[in-house]
Design a protein. Structure first.
Length: 462
């Protein structure tokens, strides 16, 4: 094998040999150095160079005691973040919904050994991936697994990235995608941290830049909307300047399906919107960060309260960046003067499902989205949505049940919110539109993603 790899004609073997010697996957610079060393086979200093490079890697990753298992028959599905964290928002929800349905398909789900190699999931991690519950939300396991745990090495198989790896993981996965010979497929969520970098943290942008380095070399990107497909297609066109072909790209729109709720198994009837009720709850779901544009919603609400309208506004979502307090500060100030506004973080799926069901309408005016799960979740609950007039949210809205508005136009937002709060006929009409929608489910999405990512003939068990 060493001789075959040293002739420079098979980068795959050099990649495999490095893992065998170091117990960790190489990043591109190490793989390039290793390949050059192999070409010096038989020359003085050859073995010293190999042992030095692989030994330093093993020391860095504590990988010298790792056993290896070469996986040639089963697809490898990378689910590192959701395996180690109970956090469950957009990307994590998609990953778990797909993984739960692929679990019967004979794939190998892997997390990262440190950030340097694949390994099997332990029992707790498997539960977080395949049978997540709200009680797991705050769980977290260590990055460093048992040093004796086997390294899973994909060989002549398909590797699927259901989530976005961190920057260190992206480095070694980039080399895998480029040089290992495995077929690689990524679910493409968006390019927001690059194309709308001013709306996210610098750390997110740095991480995503490393991820795009992976996507340069994968075989296929399956985007979650036509809008996201356009973004990744633009990225692919830019690769021509680097002499790279880039991945094939197509899209598979995420489904419109109600949030899985443990309470759905209960005999207690869910709270539903009552058109005769005087309580008018407006719900805004999404993490509290600049891109989600919640401040514009709060501003419009205050203008309407000053007009004398009676309604409640509830904002539900993750806390967001520590240095972004605009929304929280505004909520505190408005509550002090008696406004009916509330903000809730890290709510359970059951509480979120109940909020959708009891709301008169929801508002989701994000400036940039890859999909917009809160729009889909609201529609699945039968609740009309005021949402952004372009991009992926407009794609979701096309089948009915939504009012579209420019998220950068404060007057338009105020006017649209007024209509949805005061016009009962509008709301009833939107609910009728929702009832006639023909939307896909998570079962459909998982089956179709399997077809696109793994095999055109394989199907996901119903």
């Amino acid at each position: 094998m060493c001789a075959a790899a040293s002739d420079g004609d098979d980068d795959r073997l050099a990649w495999l040999l490095f893992i065998g010697a170091a117990g960790a996957m190489p990043d591109p610079p190490r793989l390039a150095s290793f390949t050059r060393l192999l070409r010096r086979q038989g020359q003085p200093g050859f073995m010293d160079g190999v042992l030095d490079l692989c030994g330093r890697t093993a020391i860095e990753w504590h990988s010298q005691l790792r056993a290896l298992r070469v996986e040639t028959e089963k697809p490898i599905v990378v689910v590192d973040f959701v395996a180690r964290h109970g956090f469950n928002s957009g990307v994590q929800r998609v990953t778990r919904e797909v993984a739960r349905r692929w679990n019967a398909e004979g794939v190998t789900f892997v997390a990262m050994h440190g950030d340097s190699a694949f390994r099997d999931l332990d029992a707790d991690e498997g539960a977080r991936v395949h049978s997540w519950r709200s009680q797991m939300y705050d769980e977290r396991s260590e990055t460093w697994a048992d040093p004796h745990a086997e390294v899973v090495v994909p060989w002549n198989t398909t590797v699927v990235l259901l989530e976005v790896p961190n920057s260190i993981q992206s480095s070694v996965i980039s080399a895998l995608a480029h040089r290992s010979g495995n077929r690689t497929v990524a679910v493409g969520y968006d390019t927001i941290p690059i194309s709308s970098a001013s709306l996210v943290s610098a750390a997110d942008s740095i991480n995503h830049a490393a991820y795009l380095n992976v996507l340069r070399h994968v075989d296929k990107v399956v985007a979650i909307s036509a809008s996201a497909e356009q973004e990744f297609a633009g990225f692919k066109r830019a690769l021509a300047a680097q002499g790279l072909r880039g991945p094939s790209i197509e899209h598979l729109l995420l489904p419109v399906q109600a949030i899985p709720s443990e309470e759905a198994q209960s005999s207690e009837p869910a709270v539903q919107w009552d058109p005769t009720s005087s309580e008018r709850l407006v719900l805004a779901v999404g993490s509290h960060e600049p891109r989600k544009n919640h401040f514009a919603i709060v501003y419009a609400a205050e203008r309407l309260w000053r007009e004398g309208l009676e309604f409640s506004l509830m904002l539900v979502g993750g806390r967001g960046p520590d240095d972004y307090t605009d929304v929280h500060d505004a909520v505190v100030a408005l509550r002090r003067i008696g406004r009916r506004i509330d903000i809730r973080n890290s709510v359970s799926d059951e509480a979120l499902a109940a909020a959708y069901a009891s709301a008169r309408c929801s508002v989701f005016l994000s400036l940039h989205e890859g999909f917009g799960l809160p729009v889909a979740e609201s529609l699945a609950a039968g609740t009309p949505v005021l949402t952004t007039e372009y991009g992926s949210t407009a794609e979701i809205a096309a089948a009915g049940g939504c009012v579209l508005v420019n998220p950068r136009d404060d007057d338009a937002i105020r006017d649209a919110m007024r209509a949805m709060i005061t016009d009962d006929e509008l709301i009833v009409g939107l609910r009728k539109e929702i009832a006639t929608r023909i939307d896909t489910t998570w079962d459909d999405f998982a089956r179709d993603l399997w077809r696109l990512a793994i095999s055109s003939e394989a199907s996901v068990a119903e």
